[in-house]
Write a protein of this length. Structure first.
Length: 70
């Protein structure tokens, strides 16, 4: 199996898209403090030869000003 070099495949457009996505994910509208009322946590993991990652999340319901629950 040949070595895969991502740097050879990335363009400036890819880099800009990645930075925009990263910025959107850390906005206050997306981030929320944990809910400690017994709501389950979801642990998602991934790993490979080069490293590993994990995400700890909760699924919560939000009530919009219109009264709609999402």
């Amino acid at each position: 199996m040949e070595s895969f070099k991502l740097a050879d495949k990335l363009s400036l457009e890819h880099t800009k898209a990645f930075i925009a996505l990263k910025t959107a994910l850390v906005l206050e509208l997306v981030l929320q403090s944990p809910v400690w009322d017994g709501t389950h946590f979801i642990l998602t993991t991934d790993g490979c030869k080069e490293g590993f990652a994990a995400v700890l999340a909760q699924q919560v319901k939000v009530v919009r000003p219109s009264g709609e629950t999402v």
